[in-house]
Design a protein around this ligand. Structure first.
Ligand code: SF4
Length: 351
């Protein structure tokens, strides 16, 4: 199923993608269990757009981002990038494409070699992909990139530990941009930063998108950040996408109870817009043994016995670019707090 209503050819098409890991084995003993980190995900993305991917920790969103880049091998499904099936390409065949598909990590310090200067770290990918023909050209391009991401070029001879967290994330962005990508997986790029720095990095990413026509898969657990930065939002729960919708519909038009619960947890400054908060009971179940039927049913405030605990809901279309996996999604009158057993809290006040 295509989950984009746009008519132009998608930049990225993900079809029934699954990433399973075998665990529990030992020396000369076979693995006993399977973790279904990503379990049948389909969506598409257009050039120049941001798809926000949101969900609680452990829902599989980072694994999905890395599987799309083939940094983790998929167990099943297909990936098309720029119209080409890349699912079965060898790593050697993928190499020329790597330039156009990059990643920005949550912890840039962990991904930067502490013994490499910024100049070497940012210039390395340019050399590997033969984008520069001399050291002086490389230095000029590194300087221009650092300037573009808000760092002084004269800092290029320093090492990663000499920078703050926000500056290191700027270096990570410069390194991703060094090979002129079209598509970037931004994997929790601001989660480890102070709130004031988060805004700067998010604004930088949005400016770069306007300037360079980049497409982002923006992975985060904070729906407020995702809502700000994205054109469309995909909500993930236990390895599956449960809702995809335009960002303008998140506030009033979300139909999945999980999306509604995430949205209700965002503090609202305008008293007129303040709403009752839905509290979800319990933890996210284990992806080793997900619940039967709708995997959200043990926590869902409106689950219907005999239906939700038996039948797995498929993504269905509501509106031109809105898809929901919920048996009860067409009950338009339903709100986040409807239904017996809904646990509610007063909406939090201004912060
Ligand atoms: Fe809740 Fe049932 Fe919808 Fe799942 S299918 S989200 S359990 S109402």
């Amino acid at each position: 199923m295509s989950t984009s209503a746009a008519s132009a050819e998608p930049l990225l098409e993900v079809q029934d993608l699954a990433t399973h890991f075998r665990v529990g084995g030992g020396f000369l003993r076979p693995a006993r269990q399977v973790v279904r980190a990503v379990d049948g995900v389909s969506f598409s993305m257009q050039q120049g757009q941001t798809l926000g991917l949101v969900g609680e920790s452990g829902c599989g969103k980072s694994t999905l981002g890395r599987t799309i880049l083939r940094l983790i091998e998929p167990t099943a499904g297909s990936l098309r990038f720029e119209g080409r099936d890349i699912t079965a390409l060898s790593q050697a065949e993928l190499r020329p494409l790597r330039r156009r598909m990059q990643i920005i990590f949550q912890d840039p310090y962990g991904s930067l070699n502490p013994r490499m200067t910024v100049r070497a770290a940012v210039g390395e990918a340019m050399r590997v992909h033969k984008l520069v023909s001399s050291r002086s050209e490389e230095e000029q391009r590194v300087a221009a990139l650092l300037e573009r991401v808000g760092l002084r070029p004269e800092l290029m001879s320093r090492y990663p530990h000499e920078f703050s967290g926000g500056q290191r994330q700027r270096i990570g962005i410069a390194r991703a941009l060094a090979v002129e990508p079209r598509f970037i997986v931004a994997d929790e790029p601001v989660s480890a930063l102070d709130v004031s720095i988060q805004a700067q990095i998010v604004n930088l990413l949005m400016d770069l998108q306007d300037e360079l026509g980049l497409s982002y898969l923006f992975v985060a657990h904070d729906l407020k950040v995702v809502e700000h930065v994205s054109h469309r939002v995909a909500v993930m729960y236990l390895g599956r996408i449960v809702e995809i919708l335009p960002k303008r519909e998140i506030a009033e038009g979300a139909r999945h109870p999980y999306t509604q619960a995430l949205r209700s947890a965002i503090p609202e400054l305008d008293p007129k817009k303040r709403r009752t908060r839905t509290l979800l009971h319990g933890d996210v179940p284990s992806p080793i043994d997900p619940p039967a039927g709708c995997s959200f049913h043990p926590r869902c405030p409106i689950a219907e016995k005999g239906l939700c605990d038996r039948e797995r809901p498929l993504l269905r279309q509501f509106g031109s670019d809105h898809f929901v996996a919920c048996h009860l999604a067409d009950r338009a009158e339903r709100t986040a707090n409807a239904g017996a057993g809904a646990a509610v809290l007063p909406a939090p006040g201004p912060v």
